[in-house]
Design a protein around this ligand. Sequence first.
Ligand SMILES: NC(=O)c1ccc[n+]([C@@H]2O[C@H](COP(=O)([O-])OP(=O)(O)OC[C@H]3O[C@@H](n4cnc5c(N)ncnc54)[C@H](OP(=O)(O)O)[C@@H]3O)[C@@H](O)[C@H]2O)c1
Length: 358
Amino acid sequence: MSTLSWGIIGTGAIARTFARGLQRTDSAQLVAVGSRSGQSAQAFGRDLNLDNCYGSYDELLQDKSVQAVYISTPHPFHAEWALKAIQAGKHILCEKPLAMNIKQAEEIFYAARIRGVFAAEAFMYRCHPQTARLIELIRDGAVGEVRMIRASFGFGGGDSYDPEHRLFRKSLGGGGILDVGCYAVSGSRLIAGTAVGKPFSNPIKVRGLGRLGATGVDEWASGVLQFDSGIVAHVATAIRTTLDNVIEVYGSAGRLRIPDPWVADREHPVNGRIQLFREGDEQVIEIPCAKTSFTLEADMVAAAIAAGQREPSPPAMLWEDSLGNMATLDAWRQEVGIIYKQDDPASGPKFIWPPSSQ
Ligand SMILES: NC(=O)c1ccc[n+]([C@@H]2O[C@H](COP(=O)([O-])OP(=O)(O)OC[C@H]3O[C@@H](n4cnc5c(N)ncnc54)[C@H](OP(=O)(O)O)[C@@H]3O)[C@@H](O)[C@H]2O)c1
């Protein structure tokens, strides 16, 4: 398989993680980075032995050696740079959440379809073999008929509060629901879908409560999703409270628990582990894994593009799956009262095709 040449937009924390993930695979190579600042681009490039280090994102998009772009800015800039990258003919992998709301997400997939490029939302846990094994277990009836789900992702207990951090700044898309609540929702929708023989399912009702902090963002929140199969899921998130960060699935014949469902370790490969409880019996299923979730995600993108696909294969996020996730997050946010300026129907970047310069 020929290797995929990547450029990275943004030089923050997760950009470095993804860059290291690219260094550990034969499916891809990192060829360029773009930053708002030339200095940051140079510093990032020095650490990673990169020649093409640009002091603007636009310059990165003009680099013809870049085939795929990884977008790792704060959430409010995902749609803008995803659309610009697509317009420039680049494949994209955009960090979660794909956009601020479903309206922006639809715009991104519309653009990718018109331009004929690959686009995907980066939920790396979907590429880990633990997720594939979870799907098999649910499909094989390991817990019988699925009835309830609990999924949580929250961090930030203790003294880590910093109102200037992107997580707490509303203008930077701060708040738990968008940052990591999106995992709990995507995990629940994956399981609810698998239970009825589909790659995902969307809830028919969403209820939620949460607390908005001094900066106006949701610091912790709970949600309840009801699916038309009758399955009910409890989702929880926080950026100021450390949660147990698990998935539990309760069925007619038992339950299962995944102690580390999001496999988000940035440096080391993590083996999967699923606990299965049936009739008082506990079984532990170990799932070996030799790569980090970020390397697995890069491999998934390279393979899909090599196969001529425009979207990932499940369990990675199909376009409709990302749209359903965004719609659920929109509904949960509305319940909790966290509305961003991008939710104004008049706001948001627009995909213009063909661009006037062509
Ligand atoms: N998949 C995962 O495990 C995972 C983990 C963490 C975060 N994420 C996602 O990745 C995205 C970035 O998160 P992060 O933790 O890496 O954030 P971060 O450390 O704050 O980095 C974000 C980068 O975006 C660029 N940027 C562009 N406009 C900006 C602005 N107005 N203010 C601040 N930075 C701006 C900056 O790079 P330049 O200065 O170089 O332009 C900055 O370094 C978020 O959407 C988040 O949800 C995913």
